[in-house]
Design a protein around this ligand. Structure first.
Ligand SMILES: [Fe+2]
Ligand SMILES: [Fe+2]
Length: 195
């Protein structure tokens, strides 16, 4: 049974707000349909964004390897090679979608600007800063592969989805490795300072 609110001093503000209709925050827009030509365009845009970001990742890891102490180089080189393989796989997916990977889309342009901040840190910072920059890179990597997997799933592109899931598996390893190195280096520094 519903009860009507009678105006009192306590609830007068609530009632006057209610009388203006639902608040903006409560209005949720229906999700845009992903299927159809616009969905394909979105997919190409996001694949191209990832393609340019992964390609930039190869250069970023190259720069990081040049600065890395010997004990980090083998693993960073392995990660660099996986980033390169991801970029190559994306180039093939974009071609399968009848698009040209050489054409920069809007999202790809933005991702280039984003990665330019990371390269700046890698080129000018010490190795600790380099690892922090790689952490930013890998967090974006993981989130963006998850998004691509969702889009591929929505479009029913099972082949692309499977390749993207393999890439996400690699990215999860990258993230764990970079995070572990940062934790270990930070702990070592704290302990040696405390001693
Ligand atoms: Fe990546
Ligand atoms: Fe990665």
């Amino acid at each position: 049974m519903s009860r009507k609110l009678t105006p009192t001093r306590k609830n007068s503000r609530l009632l006057s707000r209610k009388s203006k209709g639902p608040s903006r925050a409560r209005i949720s827009m229906p999700p845009k349909p992903v299927r159809g030509p616009r969905g394909e365009d979105e997919f190409i845009d996001k694949c191209t964004e990832r393609y340019y970001f992964e390609s930039a990742g190869v250069s970023l890891y190259d720069a990081a390897i040049r600065k890395a102490p010997q004990q980090f180089r083998a693993k960073l080189t392995e990660i660099r090679d996986q980033e390169r393989a991801h970029a190559q796989m994306l180039r093939e997916v974009i071609r399968t979608l009848d698009a040209d990977p050489g054409v920069m889309t809007e999202s790809a342009k933005l991702s280039q600007i984003e990665s330019s901040g990371v390269i700046h840190v890698i080129e000018h910072g010490n190795f600790e800063a380099v690892m922090d920059a790689l952490l930013v890179l890998e967090l974006v990597d993981n989130a963006k592969w998850e998004l691509l997997i969702e889009i591929a799933d929505e479009l029913g592109d099972d082949e692309a989805k499977e390749s993207f899931e393999d890439a996400l598996g690699d990215e999860a390893d990258h993230l764990v490795y970079i995070r572990e190195q940062i934790v270990q280096t930070t702990m070592y520094r704290l302990q040696t300072r405390a001693a």
